[in-house]
Each structure stands twice: as structure tokens, then as C-alpha cells.
Write a protein that binds this ligand. Structure first.
Ligand SMILES: [Zn+2]
Length: 234
């Protein structure tokens, strides 16, 4: 890397799909590395499939060597030392609409993952780290707020060597989920390709259709007015 490429922190959901695609549109001649962390989440296999499809879509829309993937595997910290319905088999993912989100919160997850990304980005001399944090997720999770990223940006000056400049980018920070779907389509991503993303907190063969993430996904396609080709159990 020569100090101009992008590292995209990816979970394989709608947000990371659109953040990655929008960023590529902004930097068409540069390369993108999708950073995926297997932190013991129940949906890890589905998310991994979604990430590999995302890389394929980027390479199909741009040059064939545009996107590659770096995977941090067996990052067992959260599963061992924190409790969340996303990572612990004994804690069920909530299926009630608007029920508390406490069980889905993975303690300080995005802060830990961003720190890992900063270390990789400094070492490989990336120009920027891209994240899919957005307005809708920020309503539930403080580590999706634009202010969280802004404070991280200020920390970066002291986190990496002075000779390494690194920008943190959140193209979706002012957007609700339906606006993210619309932006994805407007940046050249057909809704069928957006449907290859994985949002469900459960790791089933298909989206459960009932967890808060599935509900948000369904609503997003519905309100945006684009076909949702996702298969849901309910
Ligand atoms: Zn679900």
C-alpha cells in the first residue's frame, strides 16, 4: 500500500456494503481492503459469505483487483470476557419489536474493532479507514454516533506515529436505514446485490425476520421502495 488506499471495517450488513461501495465511487482508481473480524458472533459464517460477495461485487463493478479481504480470525475476547446475545449461545437474540437492546450490545465492540483497524491501517499505510456507522444505529448504540468517530479521529493523532496520516470516514453518518438503501442503489448497486448483505443477528440459513436488525432491514427496503430479495423465515 502506498498511503492512498482504503481499509473498510466490515460486518457484511447493508451499512458496510453501501459504505464500501460509496467510498469506492469516491476513489475509483484506488484499492479497498475489507477488514472482517470473527469475534465469535453467531452470524459469522453468513457475514463471511456476505463479505466475499461484497468483494466480488466491487471487483465486478470496478477493476477486478479492486477489493481484497483481510480476516482476523478467532478473536475470542468478546465471547470469553463479555456477555451479549450476539456472541453468547446462552443469551437469545431479542425477537420482540422495540424491546430493549441491552442484550444485543457487545461491550465497547466498535471501539475495540476500530483500534485493531487503526493498527493495521498504520502498518499498511492506508490513507483512510471507512466505517458504516449511521444515524439509525446511533439511536441505539453510542459507538455508532458521528461524535464517537470524531473523537476517534482526534485520538488517531496520538495513536499512530506523526508521519502516518490517517483519516476516518463515515459516509453514512447522517443517514437512516432507508436512505442507506437509496444511496446504495444511487451509487450503482442494484438492490439484488444489496440483498446479498447479511443483517440478521442469528446465524440461521436465512434471515430470521424478527430480530431488530432484520426488522430494520425490511423497513429500509420497504420505505426506500426497492425490491428486497432477502429470504426471511418470518
Ligand atoms: Zn434476524
Amino acid at each position: 500500500m502506498t498511503g492512498k488506499h482504503s481499509l473498510v471495517l466490515c460486518g457484511g450488513g447493508l451499512d458496510s456494503y453501501v459504505a464500501a461501495f460509496h467510498n469506492q465511487r469516491m476513489h475509483v482508481d484506488e484499492k479497498t481492503v475489507l477488514l472482517f473480524v470473527d469475534y465469535g458472533q453467531k452470524a459469522v459464517k453468513r457475514e463471511w459469505t456476505a463479505i466475499t460477495k461484497l468483494a466480488g461485487h466491487l471487483n465486478a463493478h470496478y477493476r477486478e483487483d479492486t477489493a481484497s479481504i483481510v480476516a482476523i480470525k478467532s478473536f475470542t475476547f468478546f465471547r470469553k470476557y463479555t456477555t451479549s446475545s450476539l456472541t453468547n449461545d446462552g443469551v437469545a437474540v431479542n425477537r420482540e419489536p422495540r424491546a430493549g437492546i441491552a442484550s444485543e450490545w457487545v461491550p465497547a465492540r466498535n471501539t475495540v474493532l476500530m483500534s485493531l483497524a487503526i493498527a493495521i491501517a498504520e502498518n499498511e499505510k492506508f490513507a483512510r479507514i471507512v466505517t458504516g456507522i449511521n444515524k439509525e444505529a446511533a439511536m441505539a448504540y453510542p459507538d455508532n454516533d458521528a461524535e464517537w468517530l470524531s473523537r476517534f479521529q482526534r485520538l488517531v493523532e496520538y495513536a499512530v506515529l506523526p508521519s502516518n496520516e490517517l483519516e476516518l470516514i463515515a459516509p453514512l453518518e447522517d443517514l437512516m436505514k432507508q436512505e442507506i438503501v437509496t444511496l446504495g442503489v444511487n451509487t450503482g448497486f442494484p438492490s439484488a446485490e444489496l440483498s446479498d448483505s447479511w443483517s440478521c443477528y442469528n446465524g440461521g440459513a436465512t434471515h430470521c425476520g424478527e430480530c431488530s436488525s432484520c426488522r430494520s432491514r425490511k423497513n429500509a427496503f420497504d420505505i426506500a421502495g426497492y425490491a428486497d430479495e432477502t429470504e426471511y423465515v418470518k
